[in-house]
Design a protein around this ligand. Structure first.
Ligand code: GRF
Length: 193
């Protein structure tokens, strides 16, 4: 399915599980004149996600789904998204792995941000692994989501230098600051293609 804005902004849902700092940066971006998206919905699998409070601050609908029975939950989410005419999903620190079936239902319309220079360090603990391997750089990647974890087509990346004194925490902080710029840029890029 091709992404197209037409004259209207594309209705977007952001999926989170935690702090939601990328969610916040996406919301701020979505309010700019140049933004091709409007964020209509925040989805979380975790009622304790700190990021949910951005729903209240920015008056965006929130919806929590319990993933105990993932197949059923995903069907419910798909129905809900359809009802709300959501046409783009941005994963932003969403810790559940969506099924092939779910992804096929939103083919080419799910994006993710990952804290490494993919294809290096798929999965978790990316900063720790980069430091242990004495890499010179870490970074972040925005990519389309396909059915293989962190393996979809790359949209854009940003390198971040690793200093000798960096810990996984200090590196995560530096990379996160870049993530907040990279995700909006990725969205502008895919809609200008
Ligand atoms: C980010 O590092 C993102 O790349 C990863 O999870 C983290 C989420 O941070 N997928 P936040 O919840 O957006 O602050």
């Amino acid at each position: 399915m091709a992404l197209s804005t037409g004259s209207k902004r594309v209705k977007t849902a952001v999926f989170i599980s935690g702090t939601g700092s990328n969610l916040k940066s996406l919301i701020k971006f979505s309010k700019l004149k140049k933004s091709p998206i409007s964020i209509e919905l925040i989805v979380s699998n975790n009622p304790k996600s700190k990021g949910l409070h951005f729903g209240k601050i920015f008056k965006i609908r929130k919806k929590i789904f319990n993933f105990k029975k993932q197949t059923i939950t995903e069907k419910e989410i798909l129905l809900y998204l359809k009802k709300r005419k959501i046409n783009l999903i941005c994963l932003a620190g969403f810790l559940k792995i969506l099924s092939k079936n779910f992804i096929q239902n939103f083919d080419g319309k799910i994006l993710n941000i990952h804290p490494s220079l993919l294809p290096k360090y798929k999965g978790l603990n990316t900063h720790k692994r980069a430091i242990i391997n004495k890499d010179e750089h870490s970074g972040c990647t925005v990519h389309f989501v396909n059915s293989k974890l962190d393996s979809g087509k790359i949209i854009n990346q940003k390198k971040v230098k690793i200093n000798k004194s960096d810990t996984p925490q200090s590196l995560a902080k530096k990379v996160l600051a870049q993530e907040h710029k990279l995700y909006p840029k990725a969205i502008l890029k895919i809609f200008s293609l």
